[in-house]
Each structure stands twice: as C-alpha cells, then as structure tokens.
Design a protein around this ligand. Structure first.
Ligand code: ZN
Length: 130
C-alpha cells in the first residue's frame, strides 16, 4: 500500500520553458473544444478532452478552472505536469504569447513533475510505501 507522506519534500517554484510540444498540444486542445463551456467537468471523469500526452477538463468554482495533465514525450508515465489554468492562458500558450510558466518542481532534480499549484502531489516524491 502507498500513502501520502506526512512531510512531503518542499517544492521549488521556478520558471519552466513552454516546449514546442506543449504549445502544439495546447493548440490541439482548444481546437477540439467548441467553446470552453463545452469542456467536460472533472466529476464527469470519462469525458476529459484527450490529445496524445495531454488531457483536460474543468473544475467548478475556481479562478483557474481548466485542469491539464501533460506527459512530456520521451518520459515515463510518472512524469506529469499538472496545470491549473484560465482559458485565456491556454490560448496564449498555444499561440506562443506565454513562453514560460512559473511551476512548482520537486526538490529531487531527477523528478520531472511540474505543477501550477503548490499543493498538487507528485506520485513519485510525495507518496511512500507503508
Ligand atoms: Zn516528484
């Protein structure tokens, strides 16, 4: 059994470059959505919008309602970016207006987990075996 660590290592926020791959996938994402109001909510799990290596859905009642899970190419499936974004930010990333994101990174330099929120957990660093 695995459980969340009682004292997970602190994450460090630093600027991370938006890769051409992420930019292209953000474009694909908003091309698939017929207006953001059509995007499925998180509690309708099966209905997330899928692009290869990226999925997205919406959460209710928050200033950054779009949740994106991104797996960079050439990495294992544990290496996830979890992004909470506002709709215009996704468009700006896709159009190349945003070229850098300030993301929380694990203190372990080997870990590729990235997130926009400090309390999103990394399955590799923030969980342990019982
Ligand atoms: Zn990690």
């Amino acid at each position: 059994m695995r459980r969340p660590k009682e004292y997970p290592p602190k994450k460090i926020q630093r600027p991370i470059e938006v890769t051409p791959d992420l930019r292209r996938k953000m474009q694909e994402l908003f091309r698939q959505v017929d207006g953001w109001d059509d995007m499925p909510f998180e509690d309708e799990q099966d209905d997330s919008i899928q692009v290869t290596g990226l999925s997205g859905n919406r959460v209710r009642d928050t200033r950054r309602p779009i949740r994106i899970t991104y797996i960079p190419p050439g990495t294992d499936r544990g290496t996830k970016w979890k992004l909470a974004l506002h709709q215009p930010e996704i468009e700006d990333i896709g159009y190349g207006m945003i070229t850098e994101l300030n993301l929380y990174c694990c203190s372990d330099p080997e870990c590729g987990f990235r997130s926009t929120l400090s309390d999103m957990t990394c399955s590799r660093c923030d969980w342990e075996d019982e």
